[in-house]
Design a protein around this ligand. Structure first.
Ligand SMILES: NC(=O)c1ccc[n+]([C@@H]2O[C@H](COP(=O)([O-])OP(=O)(O)OC[C@H]3O[C@@H](n4cnc5c(N)ncnc54)[C@H](O)[C@@H]3O)[C@@H](O)[C@H]2O)c1
Length: 350
């Protein structure tokens, strides 16, 4: 198998590469990334990209078609990957997450690549009261980021057929340690606050529901999607990826962190307006189609790994919300220093 992983130099990518490398030891792996966060390593034992056979630096908006020759599968992770970045760089978010993904899929189909995996997101359920949302529940994307994922799924669907299998993995919110750790994710943020200052600040009233998944379990889902049988699920499949027991309210996450890391003070903003994003998700379909690739991690182990990872980084920065462990800060700084344009293209000789 020859597999291309776009966006492999981010938070999830290093785990995906490691996992795919182990699961398919004979496969040739190509990485393709713009490298926005290449310098944001967190205690990585080696440069994670040493694990691919070939690393390309480039923009998915100008993807060189010759890289598609003899390729069997694409794992498309490249994206502007959260709400704050999507808000700050709305046009680029649409271009990269949606337009470039569809263009890549069309070219891939033409080049006879058989499998296309799209990293989608449960955030497309937006603010959703009542029962846990399943794949056929109405979508309510509230942000540029979530909208880009909805548009991509809609335009990928008609491309799928017997020779072009498309899987959109609607991931829960990621958490866990990585070679490029991010602290702009709810659980990672809470553990960082607990380690650095013994404080967890919940910026809402703590009530929103948020399904979570450990990054390593995301990588296992991608392994499944690479070889899934289309007779179960169809040529096009959009599936929620996570597990029912990981549907938590934000305040429960904070309490779990305080159980693992003693003497931590939790402050809940009781007057905060309700968070706009709150959704419980139903994972029945994922259980049915991927019974052998269900999430294995539990919350406490994930918190312990994050704590240990941060301690081994000698992490003490109480002001980490202004550090390069927040993706929006990295992009804003690249922009302010003139290294990238408003459309998030590298500037040569800034
Ligand atoms: N982290 C989560 O909670 C989560 C949840 C659901 C889905 N996802 C999706 O999973 C994927 C990976 O997420 P992540 O957390 O690793 O994100 P990340 O921001 O850490 O990594 C994304 C990578 O894409 C690259 N990239 C961005 N624009 C590019 C372009 N134009 N050309 C080439 N590369 C480009 C970046 O340099 C970066 O290395 C994204 O598609 C994201 O939307 C993430």
């Amino acid at each position: 198998m020859k597999i291309l992983i776009t966006g492999n130099m981010g938070y999830i990518g290093p785990w995906v590469v490691r996992h795919v490398r182990t699961s398919f030891p004979e496969a040739t792996l190509l990485g393709f990334d713009m490298g926005f966060f290449a310098h944001c390593l967190t205690n990585a034992p080696i440069l994670p990209e040493c694990r691919v056979d070939m690393q390309y630096f480039g923009d998915v908006r100008n993807f060189p078609k010759h890289l598609l020759t003899d390729l069997d599968a694409i794992v498309n992770l490249a994206a502007i990957s959260n709400d704050p970045m999507g808000k700050a760089f709305e046009d680029a978010t649409h271009e990269i997450n949606h337009r470039a993904s569809i263009e890549l899929a069309k070219n891939a189909k033409e080049a006879k690549v058989g499998t296309f995996i799209y990293a989608s997101s449960c955030s497309m359920y937006g603010y959703a009261e009542g029962d846990a949302k399943s794949e056929d529940s109405p979508l309510n994307p509230l942000t540029a980021y979530a909208k880009s994922k909805v548009s991509s799924e809609a335009d990928l669907r008609p491309l799928a057929d017997k020779s072009f299998k498309v899987t959109c993995l609607r991931f829960s919110t990621a958490c866990g340690m990585s070679d490029r750790l991010r602290l702009d994710l709810v659980l990672n943020d809470f553990v960082a606050g607990a380690v650095a200052s013994k404080k967890i600040n919940i910026l809402s009233d703590g009530s929103p529901w948020r399904p979570l998944i450990n990054v390593k379990d995301m990588a296992r889902a991608i392994e499944w999607a690479l070889t899934r049988d289309p007779t179960l699920g169809g040529d096009f499949l959009a599936v929620n990826v996570g597990s029912d027991r990981w549907n938590y309210q934000v305040k429960e996450l904070a309490e779990a962190v305080a159980k693992v890391i003693p003497n931590v003070e939790i402050s809940i903003n009781k007057n905060a307006p309700p968070d706009k994003r709150s959704y419980k998700v139903n994972f029945n379909l994922f259980r049915k189609v991927a019974p052998d690739h269900q999430p294995q991690y539990d919350l406490i182990t994930t918190i312990e790994e994050l704590r240990d990872g941060l301690l081994s980084m000698k992490f003490k920065d109480e002001d980490y919300h202004n550090s390069n462990l927040m993706r929006i800060k990295v992009l804003t700084q690249l922009r302010e220093t003139g290294f990238i344009t408003e459309r998030l293209q590298w500037v040569i000789n800034p």
